[in-house]
Design a protein around this ligand. Structure first.
Ligand SMILES: [Zn+2]
Ligand SMILES: [Zn+2]
Length: 485
């Protein structure tokens, strides 16, 4: 059987890692004309078939909806051999069903959809299905997949942030247009000044490159007080506060980004990435590289452990605001280097790192990254980095972090929260500076406000975040007090 043979081959080449399948799926659908055409053709063929039987379309849609709902409630086997057994059973059943004729196509599709749920590399399996199962069955499996992805994304803000973070994300329409909607972070209970509202670790972080191989841990950004550890194979020459940080860094990104088969070759891709980050004193390309490596790590973990987190790292950043970054020579160089580096190590990633996607990631960092301060000595002289971050305190910034939840906090020159790093590492605490009631929106100052006047504040915000501040304080000071709220 061609199908079984292909799947067997698929299972044997699982050493190769794929990217987040929902992303990849969407990416293929949008960017690969052949794939799209094929889907369209398949859809068209299936539609014609459906039109021949009155009500069949509704029947299929109902079936798909019910199947996705039911399968979501099902528990699937967890260990590898049980998964394999379940997978083989579903595929065999699916094959025999579609072999018995068109009346059994929907049930066959359900089997193939269930098989997808336990297969370690769903993207690959979809490709195999596409070549091996009847078009109408494939279309149905495709619709189940699409519906599942759509449902999961639509429910995002119901599931995230987790309840124990004491906040909710809400959409607020502003101005007259319905389309002009912004998202903000709202307190789920009352807080008093000084209360920690929530704590959060970043998705990606980095020291200012001038501080690497120095006094701070490259992973958790903690100031090194009692010695450090490092890995000889690491071309980035990062130092860590502990074995634990070193192992995490190596697993999540450093082994992929900074270990090379040609460690002494100064022109290796890894060595060039080190050069780009360190000589340019730029942390954003490094944070993007780490972010992408982390996505790969997440997929590998999913394949290895069978544990599928409800939302991927990509899902989390997809809804965040960003500044539009026009393509330039500098970015073109960064994109080219990352594409080459990833292409050699992870199949599929070269295509994934498109110019559009890279610039969007950079724009998200530019809008949302928080300056991190873990230094015990606030007077320490730090070579200022040109990449701006949200910095609400007077303390010097030693690095930056990209946070899932804190990224939703809106700016105000008269904020009700501030950032703190009480663990003296990258763990961010959002702390109340005023009395906050359940339902109040959390606001933070993106800039150091001090005693600065209206123009100076607005100019900085305009230059770095490209908005003209209309917070209560700015409106009062600009004489726009009648309309101030
Ligand atoms: Zn550390
Ligand atoms: Zn303002």
């Amino acid at each position: 059987m061609e199908l079984k043979k292909s799947i067997f081959i698929g299972m044997c080449v699982l050493g190769g890692i794929g990217v987040g399948y929902a992303v990849y799926w969407d990416y293929m659908r949008r960017t690969n004309p052949e794939f799209r055409k094929k889907l369209r053709n398949k859809k068209r063929a299936a539609k014609l078939k459906k039109a021949a039987v009155e009500g069949a379309k509704v029947k299929v849609a109902d079936f798909v909806r019910k199947a996705v709902e039911d399968v979501a409630k099902e528990t699937f086997p967890a260990d590898v051999s049980a998964k394999e057994k379940y997978f083989m059973e579903q595929v065999a059943k699916g094959e025999s069903l579609f072999g018995s004729g068109e009346d059994h196509y929907l049930d066959a599709a359900l089997c193939f959809y269930k098989a997808l749920k336990v297969y370690p590399n769903p993207v690959e399996l979809i490709m195999i299905y596409q070549k091996t199962i009847p078009e109408a069955v494939f279309t149905c499996v495709y619709e189940m997949m699409s519906l599942e992805v759509k449902k999961k994304q639509a429910e995002y803000f119901e599931n995230f942030p987790p309840k124990d973070m004491n906040v909710r994300i809400k959409e607020i329409s502003q101005g007259s247009s319905d389309e002009n909607v912004r998202r903000g972070l709202f307190a789920a209970k009352d807080f008093s000044p000084g209360d920690v509202i929530f704590k959060e670790n970043p998705i990606a972080s980095a020291l200012d490159p001038s501080l690497e191989t120095g006094d701070y841990c490259s992973y958790c950004l903690k100031e090194l007080v009692s010695g450090s550890v490092h890995d000889d194979s690491d071309l980035f020459e990062a130092v860590y506060c502990s074995k634990n940080c070193q192992e995490k860094a190596m697993n999540e990104y450093a082994a992929l980004l900074f270990t090379s088969n040609e460690p002494s070759d100064p022109e290796s891709k890894e060595a060039r990435l080190v050069g780009l980050v360190k000589s340019g004193n730029v942390k954003f390309p490094l944070m993007i590289a780490r972010f992408l490596a982390k996505m790969v790590h997440e997929e590998t973990q999913k394949v290895a452990t069978g544990v599928d987190e409800e939302y991927s790292t990509w899902d989390h950043i997809e809804r965040l605001r960003f500044l539009s970054v026009p393509p330039s020579e500098k970015e073109a160089k960064e994109i080219k280097l990352l594409r080459e580096l990833f292409a050699a190590k992870v199949p599929g990633m070269e295509e994934f790192i498109s110019e559009e996607r890279y610039l969007m990631l950079k724009g998200k960092l530019m809008y949302n990254a928080y300056g991190i301060n873990t230094s015990r000595d606030n007077e320490r002289n730090i070579r200022e980095n040109t990449e701006e971050t949200i910095r609400s305190s007077k303390s010097p910034v030693i690095g930056a972090g990209f946070y899932r939840v804190a990224s939703y906090i809106t700016h105000s020159c008269d904020p009700n929260t501030e950032t703190k790093f009480p663990s003296k590492n990258y763990e961010l605490s959002i702390v109340a500076t005023k009395h906050i009631k359940a339902g109040d929106e959390l606001k933070i100052s993106y800039i150091r406000t001090g005693n600065r006047d209206l123009k100076s504040r607005r100019d900085e915000l305009e230059a770095k975040w490209r908005f003209s501040c209309e917070c209560t304080k700015c409106r009062l000071e600009s004489g726009d007090c009648e309309t101030a709220v």
